[in-house]
Design a binder for this molecule. Structure first.
Ligand code: GTP
Ligand code: MG
Length: 541
């Protein structure tokens, strides 16, 4: 059982460390979990051959804790007094045969006063005299707190006029099910039966179904009290329950501590409703941020387009080799000139805004921040890849298919038409020459020569001008490629932001599932100690 619990605890610890590395919970919480383990587990699972049963006296100052302890131990070991408070420190009374070095290291013994008792029948008992919580100074309060997890039996001593102390009562409520309790109404020589009834009702209200309340008088005089029953109860508890049941009780309390910590982890990781609200904000912010980035990209594309247009409209002379825009700008150089540092800044601003939104909601923001940090570095690449791809397509096939066909054919006309004109002129030249040799007609005159030259010139010039006009604009093709690439890049980024949120949500849900499973496993470790110690232990809550 304990080994199983230890391995479950290791599993929980490992889970918490991983969740902290991913940023879902903070490292202080993991440390707290670890401390819970150190306080309790060592105490419960270390070799306990020499561990005594720790019976503590707790209650307001002057109620007679030290006097009662002296009476139980049969000797005046504890200092009692009229000056209040008398016991200023924590004192542990061990049996004289007990070597204090054998106490487990984790007990807070350094600052504790160690003294000895000589009761043979209580060799296994170590009495712990605690100073009053209310009157004690800060350091002792911390020491009392440090001892609390190690106390097996808590004897809460009250007096008829001091049984409703605020501080003491708070401890009773908080720790009702963490120790076995005995309630002693000391100063009974000054008490009234209805005060016992009142105390019993209060204890039942605090979760004790059958609280054991014993009356005692520790002053000279002939008074009837339950002292022998008190002694008997303590003796019986050693024989009947021994350490094992009490340790189980401690284990149960420890399980509850760990379960409470898991519950707080679950709360920190966040409730679905708050995440849902955040998701709506996330979508709006992403949409807006990417919209601004898109506008910026469109502006950059327009500037490039205008510059290229200006270049294209500078007329090239017919036989001059034209330097076209595509020779100046390749898809990759164009792509590089569209992503400016300002665009990168916009992406970073967007990510910062998203992180701030989650942070201000109080939910764990680190896991999303880590994911956004990664996305920030690839945003440029995402846009550039899309631009390059669409630019490459647009630039290899500028214009519409019809425009491209007409352009190709018009080029053939620039040589075919002048050739036809030349052929026609040659035919007339030969025919004219023949006619003149037959004496029919005079040979072709100057007019023919001028008209022929004009005809051939026009047959070349007109198709050349048409061909030039039909040339698809590289600037327009670039603009088309850029706007398609930008649109696809922004769409891709949108998808990435969406996927990032979904991945985070999946991780969060998995963590919640794991917490649930660990909680179920913890629930399986219910011990029977609470039932066995009925009457001595209050119920939780
Ligand atoms: N009348 C009466 N006086 C008692 C009784 N028990 C103790 N006293 C006296 O009450 C005073 C306080 O007793 P302590 O034992 O010092 O009280 P304490 O609870 O240890 O107080 P702190 O050490 O200050 O926390 C002493 O003078 C005791 O003699 C009792 O049952 N009846
Ligand atoms: Mg005292």
């Amino acid at each position: 059982m304990t080994d199983k619990f230890q391995s479950l605890f290791d599993e929980i610890q490992l889970w918490a460390e991983n969740a902290a590395t991913a940023g879902w919970i903070n490292s202080q919480d993991v440390q707290k979990l670890k401390e819970t383990q150190e306080v309790q587990i060592e105490q419960l699972f270390k070799e306990h051959g020499h561990r005594p049963l720790i019976v503590a006296f707790f209650g307001g100052t002057g109620v007679g804790k030290s006097t009662l302890l002296n009476r139980l131990s049969g000797e005046n070991i504890a200092r009692v007094g009229v000056a209040r408070p008398t016991s200023m420190e924590v004192t542990l009374y061990l049996h004289e045969s007990f070597e204090k070095e054998l106490l487990p290291d984790e007990l807070p013994t350094q600052d504790t006063n160690i003294a000895y008792h000589a009761q043979e029948n209580r060799r296994l008992v170590a009495w712990l005299d605690l100073p009053d919580f209310d009157s004690t100074e800060g350091h002792n309060k911390t020491l009392v707190q440090a001892w609390l997890p190690y106390i097996d039996w808590m004897i809460y001593v009250v007096s008829p006029d001091r049984y409703h102390d605020e501080m003491g009562w708070r401890y009773v409520q908080e720790r009702a099910h963490r120790h076995a309790w005995l309630f002693v109404m000391n100063h009974w020589d000054e008490g009234k039966p209805e005060q016992i009834d009142d105390l019993r009702n209060r204890l039942m209200g605090a979760g004790f179904s059958k609280p054991v309340i014993l009356r005692s008088v520790c002053t000279d005089g002939d008074y009837e009290d339950d002292f022998s029953q008190l002694e008997q109860t303590i003796n019986n508890s050693i024989h009947e329950y021994g350490l094992s049941v009490l340790q189980e009780l401690g284990l149960q309390a420890h399980i509850e501590d760990v379960a409470a910590q898991l519950q707080s982890f679950q709360k920190n990781i966040g409730d679905p409703e708050r995440w849902q609200t955040l998701h709506t904000e996330w979508t709006t912010t992403t949409h807006k941020g990417l919209g601004t980035l898109s506008e910026q990209l469109v502006r950059n594309a327009n500037t490039i387009h205008q510059n290229m247009r200006a270049q294209e409209s500078t007329p090239a002379l017919p036989f001059q080799k034209s330097t076209t825009a595509e020779e100046l700008l390749t898809p990759s150089t164009l792509t590089k000139s569209t992503w400016s540092p300002r665009n990168q800044m916009r992406i970073e601003d967007l990510c910062t805004r998203l992180v701030n939104q989650i942070q201000s909601s109080g939910l764990p923001f680190q896991p999303l921040k880590n994911r956004l940090d990664a996305l920030k570095t690839v945003a440029k690449e995402t846009i550039e890849l899309n631009l390059e791809e669409h630019l490459a397509v647009a630039l290899t096939q500028p214009g519409t298919p019809l425009q491209r066909t007409l352009y190709r054919h018009s080029k053939s006309l620039t040589w075919a038409l002048p050739l036809l004109a030349a052929l026609w002129a040659s035919f007339h030249l030969v025919a004219g020459f023949y006619s003149s040799t037959q004496g029919n007609k005079a040979f072709l005159g100057l007019d023919f020569a001028i008209h022929t030259v004009l005809l051939i010139g026009l047959a070349w010039l007109i198709p050349w001008l048409i061909h030039r006009k039909l040339k698809p604009s590289v600037a327009d093709a670039t603009k088309h490629g850029l706007s398609q690439g930008n649109a696809m890049g922004i769409a891709e980024l949108k998808k990435q932001f969406k996927a990032l949120w979904n991945d985070n949500a999946v991780e969060r849900k998995n963590l919640e599932q794991e917490i649930k499973k660990m909680q179920e496993k913890l629930n399986d470790y219910q011990t029977s100690a609470l039932e066995q110690l009925e009457g001595y232990v209050g119920k939780a809550g």
